[in-house]
Design a protein around this ligand. Structure first.
Ligand code: CA
Length: 242
């Protein structure tokens, strides 16, 4: 175990999980992988820890004493200091509807129990990479500035304005919006969007793309129709709003 310790400073993870056995396994595997870890078993304490020192990623159980995962996620996103911290929701089987709710609240990804340590590490590294990355498509290295109708994106600064108003997007939403907006008029299937935007072999169900798109549309407000649904196919970014 100690031989792995040179592999440090992968990032700091806050684990909010009330089941001691799962918490122990998760913490063990994260430490072994070189992450700094703080683990909490209570919702309020977990949120307080995230707010005290915003980490590189939060692993957030759904059902918790005190505050539940959905509410914690909402509060993380609502606070400018923590709004961009990647959040991975952890759920038990049969809580899929809560997953959709969690993604709607701005969670970046989710894991269903039981999950393997390997899957856990892969997901965490993926959301951290996406969060740190310039959110630009590394393959095509798109433009720094995008201006379409009322939408302005500054990719380097991760800044989005709609009718001049700043609007906050999660890392995943930002990548989706940026990708669509830099390929206006082209139709992409959900699979293509998963491959191009979510990437890294993440297992994402079709409907989760729909959840991210729904959230993006909500934030676009009056410009929401710029993201068009192409029935039976996927999505297209339209140059014309409304
Ligand atoms: Ca729980």
């Amino acid at each position: 175990m100690s031989s792995k310790r040179e592999n440090t400073h992968q990032g700091r993870i806050v684990v909010i999980e009330d089941e001691p056995d799962i918490r122990e396994v998760v913490v063990y595997n994260l430490l072994r992988e070189g992450f700094d870890v703080v683990a909490m078993g209570h919702g309020h304490q977990g949120l307080a820890e995230v707010q005290r020192t915003p980490p590189d990623c939060v692993l957030l159980d759904l059902m918790l004493p005190g505050l539940d995962g959905i509410e914690i996620c909402r509060q993380i996103r609502a606070d400018s200091r923590t709004a961009r911290v990647p959040v991975i929701m952890v759920t038990a089987k049969g809580e899929e509807s809560d997953v959709v709710l969690g993604l709607g609240m701005g969670a970046d990804d989710y894991l269903t129990k039981p999950f393997s340590p390997r899957e856990l590490i892969a997901r965490i590294k993926a959301v951290i990479r996406r969060g740190h990355g310039q959110a630009r498509d590394p393959d095509t290295d798109g433009p720094e500035q995008v201006e379409i109708g009322p939408l302005r994106i500054d990719a380097g600064r991760h800044d989005v304005r709609i009718f001049g108003e700043e609007q906050r997007f999660t890392a995943t939403e930002f990548r989706l919006l940026y990708f669509l907006a830099t390929h206006p008029g082209r139709v992409f299937s959900r699979d293509q969007l998963i491959g191009r935007v979510i990437g890294d072999g993440a297992i994402v169900l079709d409907r989760n793309i729909d959840v991210h798109i729904r959230s993006i549309r909500k934030k676009l407000g009056e410009a929401r129709d710029m993201v068009e649904t192409i029935r039976g196919v996927g999505y297209r970014f339209s140059e014309i709003e409304g």
